[in-house]
Design a protein around this ligand. Structure first.
Ligand code: BEZ
Length: 200
């Protein structure tokens, strides 16, 4: 398999953590690509018309995107413990993944707005609107984190990517004021899969 990714992308990180947690890492090659909405990568464009990462080419040549589809595919290959449970618990795991993806969507949009858009064109009210989504999403995570126990499925992987991305790109955001979330993150950030994929 081939995974197009970028070490800074929290969505690619989700997939990279699933590769490591499920023991599938030896079966893939990670290809680093620089991505920007204003200078698309030509190689990636041949495989994903949206020119977005992560994208995964499977062993039969099929290219899968986005991160949630890739994670589901990897989970289907994994003979061991599943990141996505079966039965009723599956819907809760998928909902939690969507909550985390939504927080990440808002955070990545803010990153592009603040780092890529020329300063005269920036729209502060829009950025604040995205931060309102990020903070209400974090409040929701803080409410449910006590129910997670030691689970580390797709929802918790998403949450680790959210908190890691905020530390990486928005170090001033005081998300650790949600103490239960901070305590949880301090334990999962020690996992080998999380350490190996920490953005630098
Ligand atoms: C970033 O540099 O923050 C970033 C890179 C790729 C995708 C998303 C975010």
């Amino acid at each position: 398999m081939r995974l197009w990714q970028n070490p800074a992308s929290p969505f690619a990180r989700k997939v990279r953590i699933v590769f490591r947690e499920s023991g599938l890492l030896p079966r893939t090659e990670e290809i680093n690509v620089a991505v920007s909405p204003v200078s698309p990568n030509a190689d990636l464009a041949r495989h994903n018309p949206l020119v977005k990462i992560p994208a995964l080419q499977t062993d039969d040549g099929t290219v899968l995107y986005d991160s949630s589809v890739i994670c589901e595919y990897l989970d289907s290959l994994n003979p061991g413990a599943h990141m996505l449970p079966a039965g009723a618990a599956r819907w809760d795991a998928l909902r939690l993944q969507s909550l985390c993806d939504g927080i990440l969507d808002a955070a990545v949009l803010c990153r592009y707005e603040l780092a890529v858009r020329p300063e005269p064109y920036r729209w502060n009210d829009w950025v604040q609107g995205q931060f309102t989504k990020i903070r209400s999403g974090l409040d929701a995570l803080a409410t449910e984190v006590p129910s997670w126990g030691s689970s580390f499925g797709i929802g918790q992987i998403g949450a680790a990517c959210v908190l890691g991305y905020l530390d990486f790109r928005f170090g001033d955001e005081k998300w650790r004021e949600r103490a239960a979330l901070a305590t949880w993150y301090d334990s999962v950030r020690q996992r080998a899969s999380v350490v190996a994929t920490t953005p630098a």
